[in-house]
Design a protein. Structure first.
Length: 81
């Protein structure tokens, strides 16, 4: 097959099925998938102890998201009490 020829869907499916790298993958059923829109964030200015900021930043990118997750966990536990 040359680069200019197009493969049919059946040929693509057959090529995938015969590829050993794809052996462990199973088709995904997207029929029950839901679109989830994350809640809107509010930008604020907050003062935190330097060691806390250093700790979260040392974990890599997304430190603000992790701080948010810790605060959310705290709020959820407090609401249950």
């Amino acid at each position: 097959m040359t680069l200019r020829q197009k493969m049919t869907d059946a040929e693509i499916d057959a090529a995938i099925a015969s590829d050993p790298d794809w052996a462990a993958f199973e088709p995904i059923d997207w029929s029950k998938a839901e679109v989830v829109v994350p809640p809107k964030k509010q930008a604020i200015s907050i003062r935190l102890d330097q060691d806390l900021v250093d700790f979260f930043k040392a974990e890599g990118p997304g430190y603000q998201r992790r701080i948010n997750a810790v605060l959310r966990s705290y709020v959820i536990k407090r609401k249950r009490a």
